[in-house]
Design a protein around this ligand. Structure first.
Ligand SMILES: NC(=O)c1ccc[n+]([C@@H]2O[C@H](COP(=O)([O-])OP(=O)(O)OC[C@H]3O[C@@H](n4cnc5c(N)ncnc54)[C@H](O)[C@@H]3O)[C@@H](O)[C@H]2O)c1
Length: 339
């Protein structure tokens, strides 16, 4: 049985990936420092897995601790999720973002090298495309960084390319996620943002459950179907399955790759709000306000390369994304802080 290390394992996307990997027959080991997650995730994973998740509290910047773990428990590959992820915060705290995201990646690769593991899947982001010139976005589109968070993803990809060029033993997969949303169908795990949610669906979910009064929609005059911004929302379980497909490819064949993980279909803010209102049976009050600097009108993937290389495609539609998000939100109105 192949063993995989997940860094940032208690986080939103990693916890769902943990379930997909176990379902696909992988052994999973997780590390996290709970910078943006709760240890309660591990209890929920235990309920879902029917076994205690194998987990250690480690900061990935601590190469010695990570190396010691990998020596004790060698793995066939690492999926590196651990990172800070809030775009706005990254513009206010650039050093914290460069430190955690870049040092964390370098430290993880060093610990892997010391222990003879050379396969890594990296959580990249559609943000590396900056302001897209053409839609849908293909992997060969120009890249640029428009904020420190995006820069850490672009530089992270570059570090992995340089590593592969220096030593062909390394096999790297950069997965450029579009907009992960939704939750596991059990309602036991899901996205649990601290403070004001940065992303649209968790915000809408909190309005629906009564934690926030109304949604502010940034910009109603874009050149889109209804004037509001269009994004490619992808169900987190589809995204998790994309990691399984990427690992299967890395384990079966030599070589490295970079792929988009999106659905290829864009939805506007108001389309999402309507779908959420329908799924939840709740009204979602909203007001349209000024555009936010740096936002683009529309962004959606060309996901065909992931289908060609990995045999993967997203399966869940927007209604399902909203229904699963709402199940999680309504069962856990205050996230993992619920009594
Ligand atoms: N959610 C999105 O919209 C999105 C989009 C594109 C890319 N990504 C990337 O995907 C990855 C996972 O995102 P997520 O949404 O699950 O975020 P998340 O915050 O829920 O998960 C990240 C996890 O990493 C942990 N972590 C952070 N720094 C760490 C460190 N130094 N050592 C150990 N653990 C650490 C956090 O505690 C958290 O549990 C991140 O790299 C993120 O940048 C996310």
């Amino acid at each position: 049985m192949k063993r995989i290390l997940l860094t940032g394992a208690a986080g939103y996307i990693a916890s769902h990936t943990w379930l997909s990997l176990r379902a696909a027959g992988f052994e999973v080991l997780g590390v996290d420092n709970f910078a943006n997650s709760s240890p309660l995730v591990l209890d929920r994973l235990q309920q879902l897995l029917g076994e205690a998740p194998r987990f250690e509290r480690i900061d990935v910047c601590d190469t010695v601790a990570l190396g010691a773990l990998l020596r004790r428990e060698p793995v066939d590959a690492v999926v590196h999720f651990a990172a800070h992820k809030a775009v706005g915060e990254s513009t206010q705290q650039p050093l914290a973002y460069y430190r955690n995201n870049l040092l964390g990646l370098i430290s993880t690769c060093e610990a892997m090298r010391e222990t003879g593991c050379s396969r890594i899947v990296f959580s990249s982001s559609a943000t590396v495309y900056g302001v897209p010139e053409r839609l849908p976005i293909r992997e060969d589109a120009p890249t640029s960084s428009v904020n420190p968070y995006g820069a850490t993803k672009l530089i992270g990809e570059q570090i992995l390319r340089d590593l592969g060029a220096a030593d062909p033993q390394w096999q790297t997969a950069c997965l450029r996620y579009f907009n992960p949303v939704g939750a596991h169908e059990s309602g036991l795990i899901g996205e649990d943002p601290r403070g004001v949610p940065n992303n649209l669906m968790p915000y809408v979910a909190q309005v629906a459950v009564g934690r926030r009064e109304r949604l502010q929609v940034f910009g109603g005059d874009y050149d889109t179907v209804d004037g509001t911004g269009v994004r490619d929302y992808i169900h987190v379980v589809d995204l998790a399955d994309g990691h399984v497909a990427a690992l299967n490819r890395l384990l079966a064949q030599e070589g490295s790759f970079t792929v988009n993980l999106g659905t290829g279909r864009g939805y506007s803010v108001l389309e999402l709000v309507r779908a959420y209102a329908e799924a939840s049976g709740r009204e979602i009050p909203y007001e349209i306000v000024e555009r936010r600097p740096g936002d683009v009108a529309a962004c959606y993937a060309d996901p065909s390369e992931a289908e060609r290389l990995l045999g993967w495609r997203a399966r869940h539609d927007l209604a399902r994304m909203c229904a699963d998000s709402w199940r999680w939100q309504s069962l856990n109105p205050i996230g993992f802080n619920a009594p």
